[in-house]
Design a protein around this ligand. Structure first.
Ligand code: SAM
Length: 594
């Protein structure tokens, strides 16, 4: 696992390159200039492809997607060209151990016709494109996804999309990136519909005139490099008709999230998109679009874009954008740059005739364990707190483990108080060191803890304080509240409000001076332990207040847990439920460690 600290950055997801040096890190981020809040996440990505998932039962075929995949991979000569894959394929043992419930338990290639794949057709002048993947409807939880049509060898390219067919943000736009892309998408949709209409009318007109050949309509495979904005039609036609992220949540749904930080984030995001709409409204009306279409288009980009850090561009990659997320993916993406863009190309050109430069391509590549026929092809969107997944993609990833032990919808049940074991053998829970607590390092993981951990979204973290200043204020206020003297008595260690403010200011100054380079925002706990910056702040405060940092953390976590246990009513969205369950389970689990 590679861990990367992303500092002073808004939502920012990073994939570490599968083969270092071949591809730049690919990221996804939500980055709105109007409301950038400095946030700090520890994030990482699994470099390995640990376990593979089998295909889902009852997969239905999708009209419109096969032509999309072919269109997206324009100019690619296909997997057979890139690899001698038969050699690799023979390395798979015959799968006889697959559970009977799996719909596909054979490594025999699936007949593309049965699966509705328009296969073996030409893609370019003479090339045959026998794709190894097809899109399938995987049900309401995941939407569509990509399924392997045959066993795929490690490292084999599954889809290869030229950058000319990648819908990319404009670097110098003054608008928020997704709003700028949305308005272009809607214009392209309008133009491609007009183009389609013209072609249809032309064909009708000529079919009336017997003996006269219909005018040659543009090839179905033509793209934006030939047709300009109207050329995005095949991709746009395959986009989902609805995407639901928190941009569409109403007040009640936002409230159900329970977490004040996330609630605020969503409100700011919603306002930002409304502001962008106001600016763009005249242009949007010009292409027959209103608020609903704009909101759809913005959410399309939030949920489907890669972020390429070296160019700072957001990229929506037709075909690859059908790959769903898994914390244990079996594939990854790579940017493959053209020889013309590589060092040495021009030097070569001086001494010999170099091959014509190929466009750079965005590849979907099988992981190092390969992929079995019938398995879903997944990539990792990154290892992120559940709010990042929720805000951008509208879903919260799970491990699939039962959540019964953390109470599910019933907030009264929690993990057994005896579950004092250390998560993953980590000994990071040292906040209690001066408070005399037991971290239980090295203890085995009890069934309760495993069940609780199962509800926690992989990579989740719990924001304990927004920033150091809030932490200091809270610690002082909570400590003074507990020491408030009775009338007529002198409480030990109790300060009056004026003094509290002075002490708070002094502590904040000390904290900032102690870590001038550090961004002291988004102080969290995770399954790996207490954020070191949070630990530092708590220790500084505790010295002034004569109270253990572990005690301060414990009572703050109790309060945060209360945010997630107070949610009433039936969850209106599965993602909200999973978000609340994950945060609640994490808070409880950390509390058992203190
Ligand atoms: C890049 S798209 C993937 C293709 C998408 N399923 C479709 O039908 O077009 C990302 C969206 O797919 C869905 N998705 C991806 N991975 C998922 C997962 N592990 N669980 C649930 N939904 C997922 C979410 O709706 C997300 O916003």
């Amino acid at each position: 696992m590679v861990i990367i600290a992303v500092r002073k950055s808004p939502w920012h997801v990073i994939w570490v390159p599968y083969v270092p040096g071949v591809v730049a890190a690919i990221c996804i981020r939500f980055n709105c200039p109007k409301f950038i809040r400095r946030r700090e996440f520890l994030c990482g990505t699994d470099k390995g492809w640990l376990s593979l998932r089998r295909g889902t039962a009852q997969l239905s075929c999708l009209k419109g997607i096969p032509p999309l995949l072919k269109w997206a991979c324009s100019g690619w000569r296909g997997p057979e060209y890139d690899h001698d894959s038969r050699r690799h394929r023979s390395t798979f043992p015959t799968s006889t151990s697959a559970p009977a419930s799996y719909s596909i338990s054979t490594s025999k290639p699936i007949d593309p016709n049965v699966w509705g794949l328009a296969n073996g057709k030409e893609n370019g002048p003479s090339a045959v494109l026998p794709l190894r993947v097809a899109a399938r409807d995987l049900g309401p939880d995941r939407g569509r996804g990509l399924i392997a049509l045959s066993d795929v060898a490690p490292g084999e390219i599954l889809l290869s999309v030229p950058l000319t067919r990648v819908f990319t943000s404009q670097p110098d736009s003054e608008l928020h990136w997704s709003a700028e892309m949305a308005v272009r998408l809607l214009r392209a949709k309008h133009l491609s519909a007009q183009q389609h209409q013209k072609q249809h009318e032309g064909a009708l007109q000529y079919s009336d005139d017997e003996g006269i050949q219909a005018p040659k309509v543009l090839d179905d495979l033509a793209g934006p490099e030939v047709m300009g904005e109207a050329g995005w039609g095949p991709w746009i036609a395959a986009l989902p008709s609805a995407v639901r992220t928190p941009l569409e949540y109403d007040e009640e749904e936002v409230r159900q999230l329970g977490c004040p930080y996330v609630m605020e984030e969503i409100q700011v995001m919603q306002q930002c998109v409304r502001d962008c709409y106001e600016v763009l409204q005249p242009e949007l009306e010009g292409v027959g679009c209103g608020w609903q279409e704009f909101l759809w288009a913005v959410q399309i980009f939030h949920s489907r874009c890669f972020f390429e850090p070296s160019s700072a561009l957001h990229m929506c990659v037709p075909g690859v954008d059908l790959a769903n997320h898994s914390p244990q993916p079996n594939a990854a993406v790579r940017l493959q740059h053209s020889p013309g863009a590589c060092q040495g190309y021009h030097a070569l050109a001086e001494v010999a005739e170099p091959p014509p430069p190929e466009p750079s391509r965005f590849n979907l590549v099988a992981g190092e364990a390969g992929i079995r026929c019938g398995e879903e092809v997944t990539i990792s969107y990154g290892r992120w707190p559940s709010e990042a997944f929720l805000l951008l993609f509208g879903f919260v990833p799970t491990t699939g483990t039962s959540v019964a032990a953390v109470g599910g919808g019933d907030d009264s049940t929690g993990p057994s108080a005896g579950a004092k074991s250390n998560i993953n053998g980590s000994s990071c829970f040292d906040a209690n060191a001066t408070a005399g607590g037991s971290a239980g390092a090295g203890a085995s993981i009890s069934a309760d803890v495993v069940a609780v951990a199962g509800a926690i979204s992989p990579g989740d973290s719990l924001t304990v304080f927004r920033d150091a200043e809030e932490a200091v204020h809270w610690c002082l206020a909570a400590t003074m509240a507990s020491r408030r003297p009775r009338v007529g008595q002198q409480g030990p260690g109790f300060y009056e409000q004026d003094d509290v403010e002075k002490i708070t200011e002094a502590i904040v100054r000390t904290v900032v001076e102690a870590a001038p380079e550090d961004s002291l925002v988004n102080l969290t706990v995770t399954l790996d332990g207490v954020d070191g910056r949070l630990q530092g702040v708590l220790e500084l405060v505790s010295r002034h207040l004569d109270v253990g940092p572990g005690d301060l953390l414990r009572s703050r976590l109790q309060e945060r847990l209360g945010d997630f246990t107070g949610v009433k009513g039936i969850y209106r969205d599965e993602a909200i439920k999973l978000f609340v369950q994950s945060k609640r389970a994490l808070a409880r689990l950390v509390l058992t460690q203190l």
